[in-house]
Design a binder for this molecule. Sequence first.
Ligand code: AHM
Ligand code: MG
Length: 344
Amino acid sequence: MSAPVTYSSDSIVTIERHILEEQKTYPEATGVLTSLLYDIALVGKYIASRISRAGLVDILGATAAINVQGEVVMRLDELADETIIRLNQHTGRLAVMASEEHPDIIPIPEQYPTGKYVLLFDPLDGSSNIDVNAPVGTIFSIYRRISEEGPGTLSDCLQPGKNMVAGGYILFGTSTMLVYTSGNGTHGFTLDPTLGEFLLSHPNIQIPSKPKYYSVNQGYDIYWSEGVRKFTEYLQGKDGQSKPLSSRYIGSLVGDFHRTLLAGGIFYYPADKKDPKRPTGKLRLLYEAAPLAFVMAQAGGYASDGTQDILEIVPHDLHQRVPLFIGNRELVEKAEEFIRTYDT
Ligand code: AHM
Ligand code: MG
């Protein structure tokens, strides 16, 4: 049996305390962003409590079925989506929301006040992994509205990542972790299920300078461009110049990203030709690529679509997809170099 975890009260930094301390460094802050981030931590706790029971779905009921208690049982991605909307629409902090699960923007219902922020989210990325008990994650980003007042608009949601005020993710893995940045470093918190609190476990995360893994769905390499194939061969040391990197791929973006952030290396989901309808890769700029790019940039790394910084891309569509190369700057820049040399 492992020894019980003990804390000295001095060393415990809850997410609330951390966010409040950060707020103090911005004298002009009103506390609204602080509260919004705290609402997101609450979302994390709620979804974590439901996900931990996912393996019981056959006993408790399936999608949209009525369970033994007479409650409607929702799919977890739908539940996560509804939870985020329900916990945030009434607070008066948001002008509008947008979710990977909804084709259009999500307005704040008329009975509630609107606020100055915009919340974009992927409620449960990689949800197909739940069936095999692999990690999944919620990804979020927060922007200031650009419209003056009243209901938020589509333009409020279509802002480049460099305008982001805060972004991050909640990883539901062996532990539940919340990792976020508000432009002042990237910080990680681990949920202590006995306390029901996120505690600061990874302050000021910096991606290790020595890359350890590359992460890509290599099963699709026949659909890749010449540049992406040559870049992968470079990572594998096939050019005879470099040592091969080890490879890891879960197929769950938040898990693959988190490992890349903590261990060093590169994750990429390149453009591919497997589906003529989406020649620009699979991942979405607003809900996946941009928030992770902000987290990575604040941890000393870099994200690119293969030609430019993800944070510079001005979105034209809520569900626009982009190729994503993210991790150690030198590797991402190497990918750009291969793409420039072979694909243009
Ligand atoms: P989703 O948004 O439908 O859950 O899909 C996104 C997921 C990511 O988590 C992951 O990086 C990618 O799809 C894996 O795709 P593939 O199975 O093509 O490798
Ligand atoms: Mg997704």
